[in-house]
Write a protein that binds this ligand. Structure first.
Ligand code: NAD
Length: 244
């Protein structure tokens, strides 16, 4: 097996942004890839596409079972589906906290739970969670979102410990601000989109937003046997935002 040839991968949130770039990169390198998304209508061959809502355990179980059957097994889960949230602790009511945690944290838990029996049967099993620089950077106006990504970071470390002896590696990527449709929507909603974009660019020492393909490259590395001795780590893809 080359590093990607023959790998069977499931990418959640794979119809857009980081997930889409990851699904396309893995497929281009020879992996067989299935996408799980709320709206997979734009996903084309050779990617397999399955509709599911990660807040609905039954739909996740059904989609994962169908994807594993379609791929003939599972080696890789890219746990990537997620949503944003703005504001301080005073801005979002409890039900909004529950809603965003349900997608960003429990969504990853449900998907991992459904995938683990399949991953145990793989010789190259890996889970990569899409976390965020927000998990550790202390970003303003991101209390709820940051808390969900802090949970994803801790979940990654705990899962790595739980499953390492089963041969399943668990890592995460911590992107900075990535040029995806999500960030496009965020900019569209700003009073001054150009000024908001400039502020986001200035926050990263590289002076530009991260490209979704650059996050996909990091995820692909952590998903493949190239990183076979690496588990329980967070790989920053943040234009030097933390650490420089
Ligand atoms: P995006 O909005 O472009 O894509 C997200 C995808 O997830 C969409 O296809 C959407 O349909 C799907 N999705 C959302 N809720 C879902 C649900 N309940 N069930 C199934 N699918 C669902 O977003 P993106 O920017 O590519 O973000 C992907 C991940 O990257 C998220 O976890 C996000 O927190 C993380 N992230 C993004 C950035 C950024 O700046 N864009 C930075 C750090 C981390």
């Amino acid at each position: 097996m080359s590093d990607f040839e023959g790998l069977r991968a499931l990418v959640t949130g794979g119809a857009s942004g980081i997930g889409r770039a990851t699904a396309e990169l893995l497929a281009a390198r020879g992996a067989q890839v299935a996408v799980l998304d709320l709206d997979p209508s734009t996903v084309d061959e050779p990617l397999l596409a399955y509709r599911a809502d990660v807040t609905d355990d039954t739909s996740v179980r059904q989609a994962v079972a169908a994807a594993a059957a379609g791929l003939g097994g599972l080696d890789v889960l890219v746990n990537n589906a997620g949503i944003g949230a703005r504001g301080t602790v005073e801005d979002n009511p409890d039900d909004e906290w529950h809603r965003v945690f349900d997608v960003n944290v429990l969504g990853m838990v449900r998907t991992a739970r459904a995938c683990l029996p399949h991953l145990r049967a793989s010789a190259h099993a890996a889970i990569v969670n899409t976390c965020s620089v927000a998990a550790t950077a202390g970003l303003p106006q991101r209390a709820l979102y940051s808390a969900t990504k802090g949970a994803v970071y801790s979940l990654t470390l705990a899962m790595a410990a739980d499953h390492v002896r089963e041969g399943i590696r668990v890592n995460c990527v911590n992107p900075g601000t990535v040029d995806t449709p999500w960030v496009g929507r965020l900019l569209d909603a700003a009073d001054d989109p150009a000024a908001e974009r400039a502020a986001l660019e200035a926050r990263q020492p590289t002076g530009r937003l991260v490209d979704a393909a650059e996050v996909a490259g990091a995820i692909a590395y952590l998903a493949s046997p190239l990183s076979g001795a690496t588990t329980g780590t967070a790989l920053a893809v943040d234009g030097g935002m933390q650490g420089l």
